[in-house]
Design a protein around this ligand. Structure first.
Ligand SMILES: Nc1ncnc2c1ncn2[C@@H]1O[C@H](COP(=O)(O)OP(=O)(O)OP(=O)(O)O)[C@@H](O)[C@H]1O
Length: 269
């Protein structure tokens, strides 16, 4: 694997406990700093693919093939190895921020946790790192947000907090699984701009999962289209939007919301 490849997935197959394949012989790569969108309809295997990348498959499911993340083989890795990789090599933001947040813990303490554990920060230094992260995800009044419990802030703010937690250890790869789907349209657009700006500034690679091509085209350079657990087509966002090769991709393009803006953005690249 060449040095600039950050994630190399090769022949990844994910099966249920009964042996039924849900993802089949999937292969793709993400270079350092590259932004790849994973699109496909509900049930096409996008989420399982991202979970396998971090060794987080649901109990009973098995993965075969190879997932090389930043030089570490994830398939078959021990929990100890996985803990060392998560957060540092790759961190994830899920659709529903409440899955990442502890309802009984103040937001500031939750963000502080990875900073304390991974970056050995404490005291005033830790507090100012937490505030800086909340500021980075453009949360107004970071000190107030840090003292709040998750239910005391809005859904959009919770998603920004989850993003701040993912960014805390400066991961090489940010995995975002439908991070804006649960948000209303305006908040969704702000969140996409935020992710776009932050990963560009940090030169961070992104694996961005969505069923919506218009959303993916705002944050990524290249897309991989999945259907029934298999890769159907891959290419530059602009090419796939303008000239989809497969009928399935064409249907996705046709149904993409805000297709005009997707084309405009694609043309700018
Ligand atoms: N824990 C599980 N047990 C059994 N089957 C599962 C489990 N999780 C997912 N699946 C099945 O695996 C397939 C792929 O699911 P996956 O969640 O990866 O799809 P997806 O493309 O991310 O869809 P969505 O956009 O709805 O999240 C689906 O058929 C789904 O029903």
């Amino acid at each position: 694997m060449s040095d600039d490849v950050l994630l190399s997935v090769s022949d990844l197959t994910i099966r249920t406990a009964e042996g039924r394949p849900l993802v089949s012989e999937l292969s793709f790569e993400i270079a350092r700093g590259e932004r790849l969108g994973l699109i496909g309809e509900s049930g096409s295997g996008k989420s399982l693919t991202t979970l396998a990348t971090l060794g987080l498959l649901p109990a009973g499911m098995t993965a075969t093939g190879s997932v090389d993340l930043d030089g570490t083989q994830i398939v078959g890795a021990s929990e100890r190895t996985l803990v060392g990789v998560r957060g540092r090599s790759a961190a994830v933001v899920f659709q529903e921020p409440l899955t990442a947040l502890d309802p009984l813990m103040r937001v500031g303490r939750q963000i502080a946790e990875p900073l304390r554990r991974r970056r050995q920060l404490k005291g005033a230094e830790l507090r100012s790192a937490v505030t800086a992260l909340l500021d980075q995800v453009r949360l107004p009044d970071p000190e107030r947000i840090a003292r709040a419990f998750p239910h005391e802030i809005s859904g959009g703010q919770r998603q920004r907090v989850a993003l701040a937690m993912a960014l805390a250890c400066d991961p090489a790869l940010l995995i975002a699984d439908e991070p804006t789907t649960a948000l209303d349209v305006t908040v969704q657009a702000e969140m996409l701009d935020l992710i776009d700006g932050l990963v560009r500034d940090a030169g961070m690679a992104v694996l961005f999962v969505s069923h919506d091509l218009a959303v993916v085209s705002r944050v990524t350079d290249r897309v991989l289209v999945m259907k029934d657990g298999r890769a159907v087509e891959t290419g530059a966002v602009a090419d796939v939007v303008r000239a989809p090769r497969e009928a399935y991709t064409k249907a996705l393009v046709d149904s993409a919301r805000q297709l005009e803006s997707a084309l405009d953005l694609g043309g700018a690249r």
